[in-house]
Design a protein around this ligand. Sequence first.
Ligand SMILES: Nc1nc2c(c(=O)[nH]1)N[C@H]1C(S)=C(S)[C@@H](COP(=O)(O)O)O[C@H]1N2
Ligand SMILES: [Mo]
Length: 308
Amino acid sequence: MVYRFKSDLKYSDVTPKSVWMNRRHLMACGAAAFSVAGVSGVGVAAVRNQRYSTDEELTSLDDILTYNNFYEFGNSKGDPSQHADALTTSPWDIKVDGLVNKPGTYSFDDIVRGVNMEERIYRLRCVEAWSMVIPWIGFQLSEFLTRVEPQSGARYVAFETLYRPEEMPAQRTRMLDWPYREGLRLDEAMHPLTILATGLYGESMPNQNGAPIRLVVPWKYGFKSIKSIVRISLVADIPETTWNMQAPREYGFYSNVNPNRSHPRWSQASERRVGGGIFAKRIPTRMFNGYESEVSGLYADMDLMANY
Ligand SMILES: Nc1nc2c(c(=O)[nH]1)N[C@H]1C(S)=C(S)[C@@H](COP(=O)(O)O)O[C@H]1N2
Ligand SMILES: [Mo]
């Protein structure tokens, strides 16, 4: 299911509002895409969003594809690229339940139909103190949440990854308490930086990166960006989340990137950009991963050392 840009735009010449094509999104989005792309059979248009993108050097596709955390396929960085081929990503449904007016089972095609597909180049900062710069394709989670109509009592959004041990070998072990779960406060989920990503580098989402649809929350440690989502629940109370349950002192519910708060076992003040080679200098980690001006308002009244 690999597909490519029809246009030969390069990532080095990011043009404002330039439009690119992508075959799988065309198939997913159906006829609506043709009128946007203006060319039949090549793909749906997505806009390069510069407001929310960085112009830092991109991490290579090879590194993004082979250096992964996706514990369902094993806990070494190379395990997901070796084993995720086995994952069936079509058909794919997301179950929406809890405090919403429009609960139900939504197919992948239905979810992406008509959304504002964008390319956004975000920094990804793993809690393990490495980082990447990734050109995602996706749309704001707020678009989907608005569509399912959260009720007034909904204060959090809970997410679950697929549980399918036949295809995800580490789910046959007790490495983690499956399925992988994550959560956001509703205002974090509605923030314009929070996206559901369906691709990267102009192609459909590689399995090892969370096909066919995963969360990306760029101001939080990478483990919040849950992959291969099959369930989204609107809830009143703070949901249980995998790493927080595993080691609450090490991984808080918020897990905002914060260079001032060390992990109990290592500093978070600096990070290693993947791909720089072993002699590359570490770079300073930025508050909220460099998205402070966008998101600090979400935490105005909070003690970030206590609410980590
Ligand atoms: N379901 C699931 N989602 C997950 C993980 C995981 O193990 N399982 N790992 C997380 C971690 S720790 C990181 S850093 C990112 C890595 O995303 P990438 O492999 O696309 O770079 O995915 C996150 N999402
Ligand atoms: Mo991570």
